[in-house]
Write a protein that binds this ligand. Structure first.
Ligand SMILES: Cc1cc2nc3c(=O)[nH]c(=O)nc-3n(C[C@H](O)[C@H](O)[C@H](O)COP(=O)(O)OP(=O)(O)OC[C@H]3O[C@@H](n4cnc5c(N)ncnc54)[C@H](O)[C@@H]3O)c2cc1C
Length: 405
């Protein structure tokens, strides 16, 4: 083990996802020297579908990366509500979702941020934090190389845990996962399809929503669509005791899948990369302790149902840099000010995420019927203006929280 003391304003950022890279970028501009550690041996690729709403777009623009992220919306994109027999009816196109999100792959967001990182940002792959001790002069962090087992201990002026929903920084500094993870009792499976769904255009979206389970196809203008399975469960642990595809087939059975669902399940089974996980919010009373702060999913995971995890990862990181710039000699004060500004917004989004869960996947038959009625209102030329007037009030996802703060 080696120990090194440093006297500059060094920040250790744990996690090379959206929140981690955005934090490195913003803090470097605020005069900090970022060191990023990432558990994976290399940068991850593509990933799943992301709708980037106004909150995230505003921060991305100020960080200078919005245009590099691009926009994979197709102007003629339609979304169909389908059933197992492939009976279809027009639903709400993703481009018409209130808040007009940019349709992206997670990789689009990460790549744009990564390309903007300064050369000086040091990145260490296959590295995890294994001990964090705080003293008056900073936080001493022991980092372990996951392949060789070699450890190094270094001192930092600030440690940012941007290591996702099951954050190790949170566990080391704040306590057990069980104290902060709030299970929503839903599972998700996500992958990129190898081809468009048979009988549909590349840029068509699909939603197959049944009581307690749904399958979504998120379209792009220039890329194979993403599939998302979302289903309700009582026993989350049981879902992990067999291969993901078996859990999915069981959850969507025993009825015959029909042509669309069959293709989606077969494609998921054949995918090289997929995500299969339980859905949990992270709920904490405080996101910082001493010189350690959590951002993104590590601090407030909103879940995919809110559609705001990437946006708040960007906005939270930008705001953190602003506050550290405002209070350059007082990290503690900066962190308090940061959390005071951000927390009310996150609290609203967490409540919204729980409500939106029923829109993604109705929990039972009554919710399915309600959802269907809601969509009819939103899609009909007669009732659409009323619907728009009602939803226009909902500016939650376009709120520029950093500027308002
Ligand atoms: C299917 C799906 C769809 C979604 N759709 C949307 C959407 O439409 N709009 C939206 O805004 N959001 C969406 N989200 C949410 C959004 O993707 C996340 O909120 C966001 O990516 C979280 O970023 P993060 O950087 O906080 O965490 P993560 O993306 O989880 O990144 C954490 C990083 O830390 C690394 N790490 C973990 N542990 C350690 C460790 N011990 N040491 C070092 N490194 C570690 C990981 O390898 C990873 O690179 C969706 C999420 C899912 C799953």
């Amino acid at each position: 083990m080696t120990t090194s003391a440093t006297h500059g304003r060094r920040v250790l950022i744990v996690g090379l996802g959206i929140a981690g890279i955005a934090t490195a970028l913003r803090l470097h501009r605020a005069g900090w020297e970022p060191v990023i550690i990432e558990r994976a041996p290399e940068r991850r690729k593509g990933g799943y579908f992301i709708g980037l709403f106004g909150t995230g777009q505003a921060s991305a623009k100020r960080l200078g990366v919005l245009e590099a992220m691009g926009n994979r919306n197709h102007p003629q994109s339609k979304t169909f509500e389908v059933d197992r027999a492939n009976r279809r009816r027009k639903g709400m196109a993703f481009a018409d979702v209130p808040g007009a999100p940019r349709m992206l792959l997670r990789g689009d967001v990460e790549n744009a941020l990564f390309d903007a990182l300064p050369e000086q940002a040091e990145i260490r792959f296959s590295t995890v934090p294994t001990r964090i001790e705080q003293g008056e002069r900073g936080a001493e962090v022991t980092m372990t190389h996951t392949k060789t087992g070699a450890t190094v201990t270094e001192r930092f002026d600030l440690v940012v845990g941007a290591d996702g929903m099951r954050s190790t920084v949170r566990k080391l500094v704040f306590g057990l996962h069980e104290d902060y993870l709030y299970p929503l009792n839903y599972m998700i499976g996500a992958a990129i399809l190898s081809k468009p769904v048979r009988g549909y255009n590349l840029h068509d979206g699909l939603v197959l929503a049944e009581a307690g389970r749904s399958a979504w196809v998120f379209p792009f203008a220039d890329h194979n669509p993403g599939v998302l399975f979302s289903y309700r469960v009582d026993d989350v642990d049981a879902q992990f005791r067999r291969p993901p595809i078996e859990s999915l087939r069981k959850a969507y059975g025993p009825e015959p899948a029909g042509p669309v669902l069959r293709q989606l399940l077969d494609d998921f089974a054949a995918a090289d990369e997929y995500l299969f996980d339980s859905v949990n919010q992270v709920r904490m009373n405080c996101w910082h302790k001493g010189r350690v702060v959590l951002v993104g999913d590590a601090a407030w995971c909103l879940t995919l149902y809110s559609g705001m995890g990437a946006s708040t990862g960007l906005a939270g990181s930008e705001l953190l840099g602003n506050m550290l710039e405002k209070y350059p000699d007082d990290v503690g004060r900066a962190l308090v000010a940061w959390e005071e500004k951000l927390r009310p917004f996150i609290t609203e989004l967490q409540a919204d995420g729980v409500k939106m869960r029923a829109f993604f996947t109705p929990s039972g038959e009554a919710q399915r019927i309600l959802r269907s009625a809601f969509l009819r209102l939103a899609s009909s030329p007669v009732t659409r203006p009323i619907f728009e007037r009602l939803t226009i009030k909902d500016k939650l996802k376009t709120r520029d929280i950093v500027v308002q703060a």
